[in-house]
Design a protein around this ligand. Structure first.
Ligand code: G4P
Length: 510
């Protein structure tokens, strides 16, 4: 049985994801002072110009991996926490990160309930049957009636909810948290009313709250491991990330209930962790983590086998093996060179553009993981250079950034202007900012006549014929694949009807 738990936290901005992350790392001994996650984040931001956007918008554009461990009766559980970008514009990036996890923690603000971003992220999890543990945060503040929150989760997300804890009072009247399983109440202490480890095993609970807790216990389904793992039921923990309530219970629940590494789809096959070779897929590429070295890190989710440093793996996009000499494991404080890694782990692979999002890496070069598509862009813009002598630099930059998955780039069959496509507006800001900061290319974006794009597939003859009539609406993507640039959704439907022998695909698997 694997001791890896690879998960992400999904939430709406401000629900408390950063604070909870910090407390989880603190519990795992990965950091020693609360506040370090943010502090480190700021130090990192200061290093790179383009990350100014993060500061201006107060969002996290870069996503990272944090690994920490906790012992349970002699067994060490390794937690890999993948940070999902917290902005709704980054649906594509977030989607890919969620393909690399086996479970998720959904953080809800006790006063606000399910917010739009929580819901979107939840839908992505549901699409992939990712099981979810719910953490209702900020019970130290005046919030909604907990029953209301539970019913909202159940109704809006069509999930069974199974409370595992109950707050004794909220806000000013908050007297602690009752753990249903142990019957203990964790108590606030000191002037800041934090949880400092005081657990009451024979608690006196005011009648009103005792009744409520009893009602919650009998009124909702009991925890059922199978129902949780198949995504039909969510166990609900209450707590306060800020005051450290419910954090131990949450981490223990992940250790105990969250699934170990799951098989991953590869066409018609499922590759299980026990598969007889090392396999994995790249779900993210991040450039310039250290601007002095212009390095580029590809994040690989390992799916099977035992990886050893120096091992040769073949990336599907390259077709020949490369030796992985300096893999990186992301222990929260430092980047560390990894000697071995197991299924479920995330390995950072430094490279100069050979690895791309969606690539499969494997020893035998026979497996191809699926389910990491590019999505048809919803916003298309023409890139206009301010200095026309920089065409070469622009092309290099656009190729790089599309490999990283920041944008998609399309080269029209007619005309010299490059077209960039994104799923969300923020990606365009990142593009302009990085073009200028990293490639010294000043550019502006102009409206393009196109509204969306579809990847074209079909027999050579049919494709050629379509091409000869529609050259003005055709482009090649970064891989040289043919793309139909549509002026409207109507345009797409029209062409689909007119060309039954071709497929117009809204996603592309690499
Ligand atoms: P995010 O990453 O999900 O965006 O949320 P983050 O952790 O940054 O938390 C958002 C705000 O909510 C922060 O306050 C944080 O201190 C507060 N918060 C998080 N968890 C709790 C909790 O359990 N109880 C209470 N009362 N507050 C909580 P801020 O004032 O915006 O930031 P800061 O100045 O405190 O850092």
């Amino acid at each position: 049985m694997s001791n890896r738990r690879t998960f992400a936290i999904i939430s709406h901005p401000d629900a408390g994801k950063t604070t909870l992350t910090e407390k989880l790392l603190l519990q795992g001994g990965a950091i020693h002072l609360a506040g370090e996650v943010k502090a480190r984040g700021q130090a990192r931001r200061a290093r790179s110009d383009w990350m100014k956007i993060e500061q201006q918008r107060g969002i996290s554009v870069t996503s990272s991996v944090m690994t920490f461990e906790k012992d349970y009766d002699g067994e060490t559980i390794t937690f890999n926490l993948l940070d999902t970008p917290g902005h709704e514009d980054f649906s594509e990036d977030t989607y890919r990160t969620l393909t690399a996890v086996d479970s998720a923690v959904m953080v809800i603000d006790a006063a606000k309930g399910i917010e739009p971003q929580t819901r979107k992220l939840f839908e992505v999890c549901r699409l992939r049957n990712v099981p979810i543990i719910t953490f209702v945060n900020k019970v130290d503040r005046e919030g909604r009636d907990p029953f209301e929150t539970l019913d909202e989760v159940a109704d809006m997300l069509a999930l069974d909810v199974s409370p595992q804890m109950w707050p004794i009072g909220m806000g000013g009247q908050f007297e602690g948290l009752l753990d249903f399983e142990s019957g203990e109440v964790s108590r606030p202490e000191g002037p800041s009313k934090e949880f400092l480890g005081k657990r009451d095993s024979d608690p006196e609970i005011p009648e009103e709250w005792a009744e409520e807790a009893e009602l919650a216990k009998v009124g909702y389904p009991e925890f059922d491991l199978d129902a949780y793992r198949s995504g039909d039921l969510t166990p609900v923990y209450f707590g306060s990330a800020l005051k450290s309530f419910g954090v131990t219970e949450l981490i223990d629940a992940i250790a105990k209930h969250a699934p170990p590494p799951r098989p991953q789809p590869a066409g018609d096959e499922q590759i299980a962790p026990g598969h007889d070779e090392v396999t994995g897929f790249i779900f993210k590429v991040q450039a310039n983590m250290d601007p002095n070295h212009r390095d580029r890190i590809a994040f690989m989710r390992q799916v099977s086998g035992t990886f050893k440093r120096g091992m040769k793996l073949t990336p599907s996009g390259l077709g020949k093996p490369i030796a992985i000499h300096s893999p990186i494991l992301f222990f929260a404080q430092d980047r560390e060179i990894a000697d071995t890694a197991e299924a479920g782990d995330i390995i950072g692979i430094p490279n100069h553009g050979t690895l791309r999002v969606g690539d499969t890496l494997s020893e035998k070069d026979a497996v191809r993981f699926t389910g990491l598509p590019n999505f048809a862009p919803e916003i298309l813009r023409r890139v206009q250079l301010k200095d026309p002598t920089k065409t070469k630099q622009l092309r290099k930059a656009l190729d790089d950034l599309s490999e990283e998955g920041v944008i998609q780039v399309f080269y029209p069959e007619i005309g010299a202007q490059h077209i960039v496509g994104v799923v969300g507006q923020l990606q365009l800001d990142v593009l302009i900012s990085r073009l200028s900061a990293e490639y010294k290319v000043e550019a502006v974006l102009e409206a393009s006549p196109f509204a969306t794009a579809r990847w074209l597939k079909g027999e050579r003859k049919a494709l050629d014929e379509f091409e000869s009539f529609n050259r003005a609406n055709l482009a090649r993507d970064r891989d040289g694949d043919l793309v139909f640039m549509a002026k409207s959704p109507w345009d797409v439907n029209y062409q689909i009807e007119k060309n039954p022998e071709l497929t117009f695909s809204a996603t592309k698997e690499r």
